[in-house]
Design a protein. Structure first.
Length: 124
């Protein structure tokens, strides 16, 4: 294992602020039915959470992303041609499911709530 010197400072608060901003963008895009922005905000969240994912989870996400990408591309092309302004239910469900899985990883990694046995130590 590569041993590196450790800093007394970390980026935990900045990291959580980025995650919060990305989930906000994903929520706004989902509510606006903007498949392109929703998909790309989920990609950014996936990159941020990739260090918390197990190998199997990473592989599953990569597979799902590859499956959803053509659907998003088709949606953008149709929207640009004026053919549709709405997202179809299958694409919506795929993006929704991807986001739910990311949120589960966020929670299981302990990034939503600090996991401590004694609540008195929660802020230490």
């Amino acid at each position: 294992m590569d041993e590196r010197s450790q800093s007394e400072f970390n980026m935990a608060v900045s990291y959580l602020n980025r995650m919060n901003a990305l989930f906000y963008i994903a929520d706004e895009a989902a509510m606006s039915l903007d498949a392109y922005q929703w998909f790309h905000s989920l990609l950014a969240i996936e990159r941020e959470l990739s260090t918390e994912m197990k190998k199997g989870e990473l592989e599953t996400f990569e597979k799902n992303i590859k499956a959803i990408h053509p659907e998003v591309t088709t949606w953008v092309e149709n929207k640009n041609r004026g053919l549709t302004a709405t997202i179809d239910s299958e694409l919506y469900q795929n993006l929704h499911d991807l986001e739910i899985e990311l949120r589960k990883i966020l929670k299981s990694a302990g990034l939503q709530n600090k996991m401590v046995e004694d609540a008195m130590n929660a802020l230490k």
